[in-house]
Design a binder for this molecule. Sequence first.
Ligand code: LP5
Ligand code: MN
Length: 247
Amino acid sequence: MQTLFISDLHLSPEHPELTTAFKHFLHHKAPHADALYILGDLFDFWIDDKDPTDFAREIKTALREVTLNGTPCYFIHGNRDFLVGKRFSRETGVTLLDEKAVVTLYGRRVLIMHGDTLCLDDVRYLQFREKVHQPWRQSLFRLLPFGLKQKIVSKIQSNTRQDKQNKSLDIMDVSQAEVERVMDEQQVSLLIHGHTHRPDIHSFQSSDSEKIRVVLGDWGKEISVLTYDDQGHYHLDHQLLSEYSGK
Ligand code: LP5
Ligand code: MN
């Protein structure tokens, strides 16, 4: 009995080896789990649920198989796939969760998030996030033809990439005060998130009790998976991508 957590796969048509690894994971690992949680940035960028490409269809089909075979699958938006919507959910059977969700894992309350909103020092990112999350902007964007949306996204991506190069690594990590604040607010002693690509398990004391923050790793050269079992044990595993899927 175990539950799996992954995030930051950054799947794209440009990296078919990642798609192969993800499908391998869905085929071989997910069916034995009680549930699969995807904590954002599954995609390098998700433009639209109506994405007509073979890539989008391939991922949707693979997820659909997992949910049809009886493994519940949950998704929290990341900063790169915040446009995943209801249609994606209908087509895959994946349940979309709020940006902060408390789930009960074998009796323990656990807070799960993507992690971007914990990075309070990254003010320019948070301002940018607020803009692209505005419903009126998203509604307007949805009306555009797919090809135009692709062009707009790649233009904005090149601007944000440049901006990111001028940031120090410090400001792109979580703010410890914010971590403690949300954990207190949600009354949890365990937080699981991704986004920072700094896989680790942090233990700390706050509000007179022991707290744990698990950071999932991204999938690039390695694949990273957190397994949480019914005894309350958990481990963060990583494996070289080249050794993972039988390509
Ligand atoms: O993902 P990662 O780790 O590389 O970097 C993130 C932050 N970057 C982003 C940008 C996304 O990767 C790409 C977004 C494309 C958006 C297309 C939107 C299409 C319209 C949608 C509907 C309205 O999330 C990065 C963080 C980093 O994590 C660590 O936390 O630092 O943040 C940035 O780099 C953002 C810049 O700091 C902000 C630059 C603003 C310049 C762009 C102006 C365009 C405004 C358009 C508004 C609609
Ligand atoms: Mn992210």
